[in-house]
Design a protein around this ligand. Structure first.
Ligand SMILES: Cc1ncc(COP(=O)(O)O)c(C=O)c1O
Length: 398
């Protein structure tokens, strides 16, 4: 059996998104910045897509939507704009979480080298930050708080409306990386007081290489790609109209069916969690309730996540042992260690990210194979031997 359970890394195109994409490659091939009729037709479609995105995140105005090459670019531009845009006002401090995606963490590190100061907050052991910790970290010179909507590795959903209200009260900009949450969880940028938000099409069955930066009117964006005057002068480069139309179609499809999809995927997720619970010395990472509908992140003592991942791949199961960007490194996940998990348990973790294309039969197959593979690798593991013979203490109860 072949089971794709790595939807947090990327999803497959939906039929709708594929049809729109292929259709647009021929039909809307004009450059939307050209004045002739082909160009103007493409521009019309582009502006319709902008309206669609605005509608589904409840932006006040479609001109608050800027199309980018994906989540990473949107994250970079949001942070750089807030930091450099407010520097003249004496604001040089930024707040974020230690468990953010590297698109945030590496941009913050670059800003630190340029003289900005960054506070990295650790979440509680359930992966969720305490809003009081955000409040206590705020300073007179804080320019921005950037807190992800939901975590890509262990799925914890952050208290976004509460942080939004706090930032509004204190007059501090609030950005959220909603790459994993968009189209999976309800988002309302106005009600949640979100000033900037990043999203990416390939996480909700749209194409790769296309995303959005939402920036509330009044926020001065700083270009990170210089060149032509596309996207109201804030993002140079000939516009990827087919990708954008496909993004909008995928977003519409997922949001129109969100309630039904969430219920179906949550039931699959909980079936998998219940099955994995039976494996001795194992543990679910991240809040059991406030988590993405499709996320299951589990640690197994005495084994390496990478070995399990490869063992499961041989059984036809695609999953992950960390975020896609770090899966080639042998460092333990910064997300799991950031929420206080011992390095050994972080090393022995697997992420399954499910979606509407998965079935109950597939979940039962995953449970069966994880049991077998964990047993097999534990038998070969010197670490497991030490745990069995009492040379090392278990972190987890049986
Ligand atoms: C939380 C989060 N932010 C940002 C990104 C980067 O998005 P993109 O691949 O569109 O650049 C990802 C991708 O894995 C992600 O999970």
């Amino acid at each position: 059996m072949k089971v794709y359970a790595d939807n947090a890394a990327t999803t497959y195109l939906s039929e709708t998104a594929r049809t729109v994409l292929i259709d647009a490659l021929d039909k809307y091939n004009g450059n939307p910045n050209s004045l002739h009729s082909d160009g103007q037709l493409a521009k019309e479609k582009l502006e319709e897509a902008r309206q669609t995105v605005a509608k589904y995140i409840n932006a006040k105005n479609a001109n608050e939507i800027y199309f980018t090459s994906g989540g990473s670019e949107a994250d970079n531009q949001a942070l750089i704009s807030a930091a450099k845009g407010l520097k003249d006002k004496g604001k040089k401090h930024l707040i974020t979480l230690s468990i953010e995606h590297h698109a945030i963490l590496h941009t913050m590190a670059t800003l630190e080298k340029e003289g900005f100061e960054v506070t990295y907050l650790n979440p509680k052991s359930n992966g969720i930050v305490d809003v009081e910790d955000v409040r206590n970290a705020l300073r007179e010179d804080t320019a921005l708080v950037s807190v992800m909507f939901a975590n890509n590795e262990m799925g914890a959903i952050q208290p976004i409306p509460e942080i939004g209200a706090l930032c509004k009260e204190k007059g501090v900009l609030f950005h959220t990386d909603a790459v994993q949450a968009t189209a999976h969880l309800p988002i309302d940028v106005q009600a949640m007081n979100i000033d900037m938000l990043s999203l990416s099409a390939h996480k909700f069955h749209g194409p790769k290489g296309v995303g959005v930066l939402y920036a509330r009117n009044g926020i001065r964006l700083i270009n990170i790609i210089e060149g032509g005057a596309q996207e109201r002068g804030k993002r140079a480069g000939t516009i990827n109209v087919p990708g954008i139309l496909s993004l909008a179609a995928a977003l519409k499809e997922a949001c129109d069916n969100m309630e039904e999809n969430m219920n179906k995927v949550k039931a699959l997720r909980d079936r998998l969690i219940n099955g994995l619970k039976e494996i001795p010395y194992s543990k679910l990472n991240g809040d059991p309730v406030k988590r993405l509908p499709g996320n299951v992140n589990y640690s197994f003592e005495g084994v390496e996540g990478e070995s399990l991942l490869l063992g499961l791949d041989r059984e036809g199961i695609c999953c992950s042992s960390g975020s896609a960007c770090t899966s080639e490194s042998l460092d333990p996940s910064h997300v799991l260690t950031g929420m206080g998990l011992p390095i050994e348990l972080a090393h022995g973790s697997l992420r399954f990210s499910l979606d509407i294309n998965n079935t109950e039969e597939e979940i039962d197959y995953i449970i069966e194979k994880v049991n077998q593979v964990v047993d097999r690798y534990r038998e070969m593991s010197p670490l497991w031997e030490d745990l069995k013979t009492g040379k090392r203490q278990h972190y987890l109860p049986e």
